[in-house]
Design a protein around this ligand. Structure first.
Ligand code: FES
Length: 173
């Protein structure tokens, strides 16, 4: 009888020890997962929280543009990588609307990013890839583009025309 009681006491102690170890193991697992998870989650979320860089770039002299003229201008993108080389170059179609007003359209189609060209005779922007067509105000005339051409802010600074560059959003399928 006494031996049975000792066995029961021993079993109870073992059971308590096992529960304690399970709890310790669960807590340590949770801490490990937390420690590993923080850098992974940070790396995934960081790009979403970063503000896109915006930089004013000179693209032409004011005297180069007659009123009504539309020209392709090139400039370095807002956040070029050191190794980017020629791929850091971006382009826009710049139109002089009046003595002091300009409109700059991204040269990239809003469908899949192909470069659009300005057709002076038709007064349309045309995309060679899938037949996208835009009116002179950048809105979609026909084809697959889901929205109007992106416009850049333009300013005149000391007789020079500047474009505020920023990453251009392209539609993804
Ligand atoms: S990329 Fe311009 S229509 Fe498709």
């Amino acid at each position: 009888m006494t031996e049975n009681k000792i066995d029961e006491t021993q079993q109870g102690a073992d059971e308590n020890k096992r529960r304690f170890l399970i709890k310790v193991s669960l807590v340590l697992s949770a801490l490990s997962a937390f420690a590993v998870g923080i850098p992974v989650v940070s790396a995934l979320l960081a790009p979403l929280l970063e503000k896109a860089p915006e930089v004013w770039r000179k693209v032409a002299d004011l005297d180069d543009f007659a009123i009504g003229a539309v020209k392709l201008v090139t400039f370095k993108n807002a956040d070029p990588e050191a190794w980017a080389g020629i791929t850091a170059q971006s382009a826009a179609w710049l139109r002089r609307d009046s003595a002091s007003m300009f409109t700059a359209f991204s040269a990239n189609c809003t469908h899949l990013g192909c470069p659009v060209r300005w057709e002076e005779g038709a007064q349309l922007f045309m995309c060679p890839c899938h037949g996208g067509v835009y009116y002179k105000d950048g809105t979609v005339a026909s084809g697959p583009p889901p929205k109007a051409l992106v416009q850049y802010p333009v300013r005149i600074n000391k007789q020079q025309i500047e474009i505020q560059t920023a990453p251009v959003p392209i539609t993804t399928l």
